[in-house]
Design a protein around this ligand. Structure first.
Ligand code: GAP
Length: 464
């Protein structure tokens, strides 16, 4: 669709999804605030991911570590070394900066103006801060650039307190910060974002062994899976998750990253990419981190982080398979995927027939508002009163909106534009029969239902 990004940016501002940070002061570079509908959608994404990990998979527990950690963590993790730095080049003419890996090495010319580029130099992405009253080397630390380090340093705490046996996972959702040198594409690359990361600890002593013919992975005892088997398993699980939430197969792909382009901790890396209007881009990383993190934390802290395996009576450092995704980045992918324009005739009021109507065809689990309650007219007190009663009835059960402003056709369109799944209309008949109409966003079908059955009917329609 032409100008899709402009349309999404405009919709997000107008309809309360996303606002530029510190807007009244002219904005704050590459930081965004999430408005009333944006925060609901973000919460939906996080809840669906959390439930998927901790309820629908075996042996995964949760954690919520702090943003601030000892700076020693970042020495051990390799983030203070060259590992967590982007290579930056600057155009000598227009002074625009580019990440080297984004302009396809070796590029000698500026992609914008053909000017000569400087030699690449390293730029660390960590955000510094000081803890305590004195600003010196010993009080210096960093806002975490990835959430998973909080999991690694708590790996034994979580395992022991919950009596977890390998293979097991720890899931976490939280803020991460990166001083990106080339942020952009709206909320695709920002400086403050939320990550949803799951670290799966697996037996590192199991190596590849020949499989019996025609034996599928699911048939094999998961206890005997190698780290590579787990890597493949999680890649597939994560792809399924996106497809189940409405991402088209053609817009999703898994790309194996060659050794020299991998993150500094990764033995193997697959990027799950989405086809954004600005090209194929990573939305999630699946990494085999081997023993990189736990070995380094053990070495730097002097603590024994070995896991004791009761069955084999052996101690080992587990290997880690990680799935890591940014909430805002996939929120953008879901918006791009669901934004639809329908030319004329969707709403049958005379004015609307000629208009282009936009509909966010979000999965009903993702959509910020599930139900809108609309009195047919607002100058009939009995209709308004009944509609408000219905709104009060539904509010404890579903994310609802009450809307009485404008013609009913205009209100339907307003709700369609933000993806509201069901619109309820209270009309004159409702006063006589104690019923109302339910309109489905996608099929546009309307049906009359009794108000006393409403909560159960809506629960069925949106599967909650
Ligand atoms: N713990 C591994 C890790 O952090 P990553 O590939 O650097 O791996 C994982 O980041 C995911 O976090 C990315 O796929 C993306 O969804 C999200 N992410 C990373 N940097 C981001 C940024 N500046 N803005 C928004 N999301 C970001």
């Amino acid at each position: 669709m032409e100008n899709l990004m402009e349309k999404i940016v405009s919709l997000c501002k107008r309809r309360g999804f996303i606002f530029p940070s510190s807007e009244i002061y002219g904005g704050f570079s590459s930081c965004y605030d999430f408005g009333p509908l944006g925060v609901e959608m973000k919460r939906n994404i996080k809840r669906i991911w959390w439930d998927e990990m901790t309820k629908l998979h075996d042996n995964i527990t949760g954690l919520d570590a702090g943003v601030l950690m000892s700076s020693k963590v970042w020495q051990a993790s390799g983030h203070l070394a060259a590992g967590f730095a982007d290579e930056l080049v600057e155009c000598k003419e227009c002074h625009k900066r580019f990440k080297l890996d984004e302009i396809r090495q070796p590029a000698e010319k500026c992609p914008e103006c053909d000017g000569v580029l400087t030699k690449p130099r390293k730029f660390n992405l960590m955000m510094k801060t000081f803890v305590g009253p004195v600003e010196n080397e010993s009080s210096l630390t960093y806002l975490r650039p990835e959430t998973c380090q909080g999991i690694y340093v708590n790996f034994l705490n979580a395992a022991n307190s919950m009596r977890m046996k390998i293979p097991f996972g720890i899931a976490q959702i939280g803020k991460a910060f990166r001083n990106e040198i080339t942020p952009g594409n709206y909320i695709f690359r920002i400086r403050e974002f939320e990550q949803m990361e799951m670290q799966f600890f697996v037996n590192s002593l199991i190596n590849k062994k020949p499989r019996k013919k025609r034996e599928t992975k699911r048939e094999r005892n998961a206890k005997n899976w190698t780290p590579d088997d787990w890597f493949d398993y999680w890649k597939e699980e994560r792809l399924k998750w996106y497809l189940d939430l409405g991402i088209e197969k053609d817009n999703l792909r898994a790309v194996e990253i060659p050794e020299k382009e991998r993150a500094h901790y990764a033995k193997r890396q697959i990027d799950l990419e989405y086809h954004f209007p600005f090209g194929w881009k990573e939305i999630e990383g699946v990494h085999n981190r081997g023993d990189f993190d736990l070995s380094n934390h053990s070495k730097h802290s002097g603590q024994d982080l070995l896991y004791f395996d009761e069955e084999s009576n052996k101690k080992y450092i587990p290997h880690i398979i990680e799935t890591s995704v940014g909430v805002e980045r996939i929120l953008l992918a879901f918006l791009c995927e669901s934004y639809t324009e329908i030319k004329g005739g969707r709403t049958k009021t005379t004015k609307a027939v000629k208009e282009v109507e936009s509909v966010l065809k979000l999965d009903k689990r993702l959509t910020p508002v599930k139900v809108a309650v609309l009195p047919l007219v607002r100058n009939k007190p009995r209709i308004v009163k009944k509609a408000k009663e219905v709104y009060q009835l539904l509010k404890p059960h579903f994310t609802c909106q009450y809307d009485e402003l404008g013609s009913i056709g205009r209100r339907y369109r307003r709700q369609d534009e933000t993806g509201t799944f069901l619109c309820l209309t209270i009309d004159f008949e409702s006063l006589e029969n104690d019923d109302l109409t339910i309109r489905n966003r996608d099929t546009m079908k309307q049906e009359r239902v009794k108000i006393e059955e409403l909560v159960e009917i809506i629960k069925k329609k949106i599967n909650v």
